[in-house]
Write a protein that binds this ligand. Structure first.
Ligand SMILES: Cc1ncc(COP(=O)(O)O)c(C=O)c1O
Length: 375
């Protein structure tokens, strides 16, 4: 058996640098609840992302998204429908449902698999309270069209920006779009704090509500429990990992870009193989290497490629499959909608291994297996 290549691998900072960062914790004995590292990470992250002070940290992206939906008070006025897509990770749909809201699924655009604004418009009803778009593989939703519609219909806009750390559109940070954007800082993302998440928000009045939902509902100013919040606080050890990793993330993204360029050299133009292009003006973070296989032209299915890679010890991922509307817990509960493009992508897209440190030789070996499936 060849060596194993996993679909992703966490980037690690220099060990001694992390140890230096956490050493003061042995003096302070302050391990969680907005300590020194937490505040250092929060301000460093806000500066890196270009959102200044308008960012709050969470223990993971999922709870960050739930807290954002709660802090924006979605559903409070009786409108409970959130227009969204099922071409996403379980977290997006689960967050909507766990907040007592109803997902209304529309299709995605064929070019970048993000929510189709024309279909959003058609799905708006008197019960709609928000649009929740997903920046798929770091490619941004059509944020301008979505904002125009939201403003016209008095809807909130929330982005699942789990894939969009550090992505920019022109001079604007991806995290600055919408009323709130959630980032995942999970170990497998381009930038991480082991587990972690963040919400960037437009209106600074949201901050106290985010903090309350994160910390058992306790209003940070009055100390009163004002809502049924849970516990989604980021501890000092993870915050310290974030502080250290911020110093290295640009190098990591550059190295991912190198590996992705190698994939493109090898796969671009192969019959039945489609690579995704960044939308104009958008600078990508090279988080994933999605490839769409058209079985009629390629001569093999996405699953054939997945199996061939597995036989060589290479783990690729069907991401996103199945569509969230097809999960057993949602089937027959929420209307999956008329979503031919999302359906096709979910059975044709494979994300190939991509991480900082993946060598060109490994990329070549992966591409040899992929192209060897072509008939
Ligand atoms: C699109 C999307 N949304 C949400 C999440 C949840 O983020 P986390 O794992 O940090 O909770 C992920 C993470 O994998 C994701 O890919």
């Amino acid at each position: 058996m060849n060596k194993q290549i996993l679909v992703t691998r966490s980037s690690m900072p220099p060990f001694d640098e992390y140890v230096e960062e956490i050493r003061p914790l042995w003096e302070s004995h302050w391990l969680t609840n907005a300590g020194v590292e937490h505040e250092k990470f929060r301000s460093g992250l806000g500066e890196y992302l270009g959102v200044g002070e308008n960012v709050e940290l969470f223990v993971n992206g999922h709870l960050a998204l739930e807290c954002a939906l709660k802090a924006l008070e979605l559903g409070a006025d009786g409108r409970d429908e959130v227009i969204t897509t099922s071409y996403t990770f379980a977290s997006t749909t689960n967050a909507i449902v766990r907040c007592g809201l109803k997902p209304v699924f529309v299709d995605v655009k064929p070019d970048d698999l993000t929510i189709d604004p024309a279909l959003v418009e058609a799905a708006i009803t008197s019960r709609t309270c928000a649009i929740l778009g997903v920046h798929v593989y770091g490619n941004l939703c059509d944020v301008d069209a979505i904002q125009r519609m939201a403003s016209a219909h008095e809807l909130k806009v929330v982005y699942d920006a789990a894939h969009a750390f550090g992505v920019r559109k022109g001079n604007a940070a991806a995290a600055s779009f919408g009323d709130a954007s959630m980032l995942s800082l999970h170990a497998t993302k381009v930038f991480h704090s082991v587990e972690g998440g963040a919400v960037c928000f437009r209106d600074s009045a949201v901050r106290d509500r985010l903090r309350a939902w994160r910390n058992f509902g306790i209003n940070p100013k009055t100390g009163e429990v004002e809502c049924a919040g849970g516990n989604a606080k980021l501890d000092e050890f993870r915050a310290a990992m974030g502080v250290v990793n911020l110093r290295h993330v640009d190098d990591w993204i550059a190295d991912r870009a190198r590996a992705e360029a190698r994939y493109r050299e090898r796969l671009e133009g192969a019959q039945g193989v489609r690579l995704f292009e960044p939308t104009p003006e958008v600078s990508l973070n090279h988080i994933y290497m999605p490839v769409l296989f058209n079985p009629d032209k390629f001569g093999a299915t996405r699953n054939d490629v997945l199996e061939a890679l597995a036989a060589h010890g290479i783990r690729a991922r069907r991401y996103f499959y199945p569509l969230t509307s097809d999960f057993p817990c949602y089937r027959g509960v929420f209307n999956p909608g008329d979503i031919p493009i999302a359906r096709e992508a979910s059975v044709r897209v494979l994300t190939l291994p991509l991480y900082e440190g993946l060598s060109n030789e490994d990329v070549d070996m992966i591409c040899d297996v992929v192209l060897g499936c072509m008939r």
